[in-house]
Design a protein around this ligand. Structure first.
Ligand code: OGA
Ligand code: MN
Length: 300
């Protein structure tokens, strides 16, 4: 084992038969040594989702921990970008709070847009270069609900019959926030937003670099398969989403305050679950680590 502090106190506990582990014994408020961050990355390659309980982090500490794994994404993808709550420009606000810290009104456009997180997705699959990791930290949680579900896209790929795998192998999908928000009937985008959320192509099947395993690259952001009639494409994507989110591939995380959960967007999907968001604040903050290149430029 590399030098990772006190090895006795470092514990990795698997939380699901296919993926997800809890990591205890690392204090994320302090800078990691190169050996420690390499160790965390190796755990990520294996488990794809890591839960670090009881990490009382500031925004700066959360960003600094994320930067061990690569540069942050330069831009957050949101609407009403001029009405930000969080001072840190690279932090994604995953709360139900407005710029004054008050609950978003029922009809607030940001609330409508954020409801898209209830659909299964991979963060930033709608960007030309999709993301590597997301790190979500719980600052304030509601008394009930607001869990997050994760699905294992490597296990889902492995479980497909070889004939289906062969048919999917080389397909390219177009992803956009406009497609996913459209599924919930949210369609009012400004011309500036339409340009910013222009569809981007992504492979449907990727090879996960750290494990060498193949993974389905699915998200509710998919609106087309290149070269296919749209209804046929969306029927296939719907079948695949249902396959990949069967209970045996899903872990549900019930949050405690100060949990930091980190996931690999290249081989998992996730979604938010409901809570009484017009009554209780839920303050979650996310940093997102950029990927290296568009998925079409990756080796398969
Ligand atoms: C995210 C996300 C789900 C949740 O932070 O990217 O989708 O439960 N979050 O808040
Ligand atoms: Mn997300």
């Amino acid at each position: 084992m590399p030098d990772i502090g006190s090895p006795d106190s470092l514990r990795v506990t698997p939380l699901h038969p296919h993926f997800v582990a809890r990591v205890e014994g690392l204090d994320l408020r302090h800078p990691l040594t190169p050996a420690q961050s390499a160790w965390v990355e190796a755990q990520m390659d294996r488990h794809a989702v890591l839960v670090f309980p009881a990490q009382d982090l500031t925004d700066e500490q959360q960003v600094a921990f994320g930067e061990n794994f690569g540069p942050m994404e330069a831009e957050t993808a949101s609407v009403e970008v001029h009405r930000r709550r969080l001072g840190h420009g690279k932090m994604n606000d995953i709360s139900n709070l407005d710029e004054n810290g008050r609950l978003l009104a029922a009809d607030d456009r940001r609330r409508m847009f954020a409801l898209g997180n209830r659909l299964w997705h991979s963060d930033s699959s709608f960007k030309a270069t999709p993301s590597k990791y997301s790190l979500l930290h719980a600052r304030l949680i509601p008394p009930e609900g607001g869990d997050t579900e994760f699905a294992d896209m490597r296990a889902a790929w492995d479980a497909l019959p070889p004939r289906t795998q062969a048919k999917l192998q080389d397909l390219v999908c177009d992803h956009s926030l406009i497609f996913s928000r459209g599924l919930l009937g949210f369609g009012e985008f400004t011309p500036e937003e339409r340009a910013r959320f222009e569809p981007v192509p992504q492979r449907l099947v990727r090879r996960h670099p750290g494990s060498g395993r193949r993974a389905l690259f699915l998200a509710s952001h998919i609106g087309r398969i290149q070269g296919w009639p749209v209804p046929e494409a969306l029927a296939l994507i719907r079948d695949l989403q249902e396959h990949a989110t069967q209970r045996q591939f899903v872990y549900r995380h019930a949050w405690s305050t100060h949990d930091l959960v980190m996931w690999d967007n290249r081989c998992t999907m996730h979604r938010a679950t409901a809570f009484e968001d017009k009554e209780y604040p839920r303050d979650m903050r996310r940093v997102t680590i950029a990927g290296v290149c568009p998925s079409l430029a990756e080796a398969v």
